[in-house]
Design a protein around this ligand. Structure first.
Ligand SMILES: Cc1cc2nc3c(=O)[nH]c(=O)nc-3n(C[C@H](O)[C@H](O)[C@H](O)COP(=O)(O)OP(=O)(O)OC[C@H]3O[C@@H](n4cnc5c(N)ncnc54)[C@H](O)[C@@H]3O)c2cc1C
Length: 379
């Protein structure tokens, strides 16, 4: 077992660390306050060659392992939770899913363009009436000659108003339950496909989250991903990989909060001494540091399992469960250590606290992660 990045892994992660320190973190507050996605930073990641990192070189990627990719998500999470989320969805939920289940033609048409950042990906599973119970979705896809006609609504879709390529699930056979759900690659601008207003969120305000509407939207039959009826299974497989990215995003958020709290505790004086000299503060810092490290270990262990090619649903669920819980607990303590200043926008920990909460909800709530873990224990 090796608990350090190799030189090759570090060489890929280091430029992102520098980019985060110099460009992402200093502007994260501004983007959050404006409720605006950091486009220039996304474009910079494309120029730096990071938008297809773990994809094979022949498809426009750099062929890295998932440990390296997760190292990059953690760094991005430290700088901007919004950027880290779009990055993880673009790669794990969209590009890797097309690569894994798509036809040669679909792979050739979409994956290199996604890897080079010419197109952005989004993943549309959730509906107003079907969140945790994703198999209860109602969006219909009816075969009509060389097309499927989609009707229905998706909600809470990250990057809905920004993306070019969407993986959309819809019911092709209502009598078959989750086995009657199929997945389609839908391109922006297709007639009958509309993006709704952005949601106004508690946190992650620099991420754009939309409803999607399908009204007699004719999707070419060649855009069916995999076989009819495999959509739910593919979505669940995609989420296994996606959850490691969310765990890394959560670790990044927690690390940022710990760094701010440490720095503040050393500088802020009360009773003629720095806060860091009080045992109550030291204990909070110690608990925060230990929790971040534990969450990191689970996250990288899940990424290593993904690289081994073994099934990693349990490892991914454990990593997401613990890392998201850690992000919420650590950011809450960071606000506490900064006291009243921690409640103020200028000190950044309030944003991290708001951003941390969502990691317990999307790509399967914490309750869902416990279901996955329990099912694997009781199998
Ligand atoms: C900012 C944001 C971005 C998102 N991005 C995307 C995206 O890009 N693509 C996408 O498809 N979706 C996305 N989602 C949707 C997200 O994955 C869902 O919100 C999540 O799966 C929960 O579904 P729900 O909100 O409908 O909650 P519900 O399913 O209604 O759950 C409500 C509560 O009940 C609990 N619960 C439900 N069923 C059970 C059960 N059987 N046992 C115990 N507890 C249960 C849940 O854990 C939760 O605590 C996003 C959501 C947000 C907020």
């Amino acid at each position: 077992m090796n608990f350090r990045f190799t030189e090759a892994q570090q060489e890929i992660i280091d430029p992102v660390r520098k980019f985060v320190d110099e460009e992402v973190w200093p502007r994260a507050r501004e983007y959050d306050l404006r409720g605006e996605f950091p486009w220039p930073q996304w474009k910079r990641l494309a120029e730096m060659g990071y938008l297809g990192l773990p994809l094979p070189e022949e498809h426009g990627g750099r062929g890295t392992d998932h440990v390296t990719y997760i190292g990059v998500v953690e760094e991005l999470g430290r700088g901007s939770a919004a950027l880290a989320l779009s990055y993880a969805i673009h790669i794990a939920l969209v590009s890797e899913t097309i690569l894994r289940f798509g036809s040669e033609e679909q792979i050739g048409r979409y994956v290199p363009a996604l890897a080079r950042g010419e197109k952005m990906g989004a993943f549309a599973l959730t509906e107003p009436g079907a969140g945790t119970d994703a198999a209860a979705q109602k969006t219909r896809a009816l075969r009509d000659g060389d097309y499927y006609v989609l009707n229905g609504e998706k909600c809470f879709i990250t990057g809905g108003a920004l993306a070019d390529v969407f993986i959309v699930t819809a019911v092709t056979d209502p009598s078959a339950g989750s086995r009657g759900i199929s997945a389609f690659i839908v391109e922006k601008g297709l007639p009958g496909f509309e993006v709704g207003e952005a949601f106004n969120k508690m946190g992650l305000r620099a991420s754009v989250t939309n409803r999607l509407y399908f009204k007699d939207c004719r999707v070419p039959a060649e855009n069916l991903l995999g076989q009819e009826g495999q959509g739910f299974k593919m979505a669940m497989a995609a989420l296994d990989g996606g959850r490691i990215g969310i765990a890394a995003q959560a670790v990044g958020i927690a690390r940022a909060a710990l760094d701010l709290a440490l720095d503040y505790a050393k500088r802020r004086q009360q009773f003629g001494k720095p806060l860091a000299s009080f045992q109550a503060i030291q204990w909070m810092l110690a608990e925060m540091a230990a929790a971040v490290e534990a969450a990191r270990l689970l996250t990288y262990r899940a990424a290593a399992a993904a690289d081994e090619g073994v099934r990693f649903s349990r490892e991914a669920a454990m990593a997401k469960l613990v890392a998201s819980d850690t992000a919420v607990a650590v950011t809450r303590k960071a606000v506490q250590i900064l006291g009243g200043y921690g409640y103020m926008v200028e000190y950044d920990v309030e944003r991290l606290y708001r951003d941390a909460k969502i990691t317990e909800i999307y790509e399967g709530t914490s309750e869902v992660q416990k279901m996955v873990i329990a099912a694997s224990l009781l199998r």
